[in-house]
Design a protein around this ligand. Structure first.
Ligand SMILES: [Zn+2]
Length: 222
């Protein structure tokens, strides 16, 4: 009699363990089922990025502000967003790529601001120079949406780096998914800064819309 009771208890415990495992598996499948976009706010912490010395404006702050709003817009569409940083801290480029690659993000978008000694202005987007078809779809979609906002100049989608097409920006080269790097106006240009401050939400929405369009164009569904 006692032995039977013990056996019943053992069976019950075994069933509970199996149920627990099944729920963990189901939970993970549901999580994995979401589309994941990695948003990378350029620079951070002691790496301030470009500076506008007249107004003490740091690129790192603009990047994070826009990145957070892009995240919000994407989350409204039930897209899971992975940020390479959520606060003012330094994250090296390798770690940024590792975050996106380890989470198996479907797309990677890096947000930066440009700077120049001349009176350059406007928005441009960089992609890697080889095997970049999907990257170009992403960059073109985002730029098209941004160009419909109040910006000074559409500087186009560009390949490689400012030095040419023999090298790529680190994050474009070392992420495993389609990626691009947005230069959201010049921090050295007064009007670009004014436009960004006035239209931060619109710019963020335009970037998010470009990302969502790309998921559709590249048939990324889950
Ligand atoms: Zn930058």
């Amino acid at each position: 009699m006692n032995k039977r009771k013990l056996d019943k208890r053992k069976v019950l415990i075994a069933i509970l363990i199996v149920l627990a495992f099944i729920s963990i598996i189901i939970y993970n499948i549901t999580l994995d089922n979401k589309i994941i976009v990695c948003i990378d706010a350029g620079h951070g912490g002691s790496d301030v990025g470009a500076i506008n010395e007249d107004t003490n404006r740091y690129e790192k702050d603009d990047n994070l502000k826009v990145a957070k709003q892009v995240k919000e817009e994407l989350q409204k569409q039930d897209i899971k967003v992975v940020m390479t940083r959520n606060s003012d801290k330094k994250v090296d480029l390798r770690k940024r790529c590792n975050i996106a690659n380890n989470k198996h993000a479907d797309l990677f978008v890096s947000i930066h601001r440009n700077s120049s000694d001349t009176q350059a202005d406007g928005v441009e987007i960089w992609v890697k120079s080889r095997d970049n078809e999907k990257n170009k779809v992403l960059a073109n979609n985002i730029l098209e949406n941004l160009a419909n906002q109040e910006i000074q100049t559409n500087r186009g989608v560009k390949e490689g780096t400012m030095q040419g097409t023999s090298s790529d920006y680190y994050v474009n080269e070392n992420t495993n998914m389609p990626s691009c790097l947005i230069e959201l106006g010049f921090i050295s240009n007064k009007t670009d800064n004014k436009l960004l401050d006035k239209n931060t939400k619109e710019y963020a929405k335009a970037i998010a819309d470009g990302i969502i369009q790309t998921l559709e164009d590249l048939d990324i569904t889950k």
